[in-house]
Design a protein around this ligand. Sequence first.
Ligand code: ZN
Length: 219
Amino acid sequence: MGRKCKIFEGYAFTQKKDREDTNVWTCSKKNCNGRIVFCNGTMTSSSPHISQCVPKSTREQQRNMLRHNAKRKATDDLSSRPLKIARQLLNVQGAQCSELCSKDLDLVRRSIHRERHKSWPEIPKSREELDKFLLAAFEEKSIKTSMGELFLYRSDSGMYMFTCETNLRMMSLCTSLMGDGTFDRAIQHSCQLYTIHGYKDGYHIPLAFFPLNGKSEEL
Ligand SMILES: [Zn+2]
């Protein structure tokens, strides 16, 4: 989780020390010496900013603040939609976001997306890399649903299946099951995505997914 951020006289500061009585904040601009110290809520000392460091417009400050807090929240809470996080913070921060418009919200949403992207695994570039990735994910049990259920299984022959216990239970309750493969909509570096759909109460529900290497019907 990132550090706390605050705006003071048009400059963005990042918190360095947070003790009960003393708070030290340093300028968020790289290589700037700007620094402020607060003691029991009152500023007790400050160091000047470098000449290249200029205060930002109110709108820019508000957007930076929202962006900073949104990025913190987005890495703690990985499943909420970026725009939802930005809107929630906008409501909480209220007056501190008075100058922002929907364009700013969109910029914040994109920053959240970029921030989360940093923690994603690299996309496999070949079939071999995909196999390696899936094997590691299977062994580490790292692919889970938002409910925390395991979502990747592997057969003894090395075939992978994306599904979870809830889906498998649902499968046993379905009145009929159908399987079909799609070739043009497959996971990258696999030839087809074979899906098992269950039929229950008038709905067809996709329940299990198999990335397959071959296109042949008998796979
Ligand atoms: Zn500065």
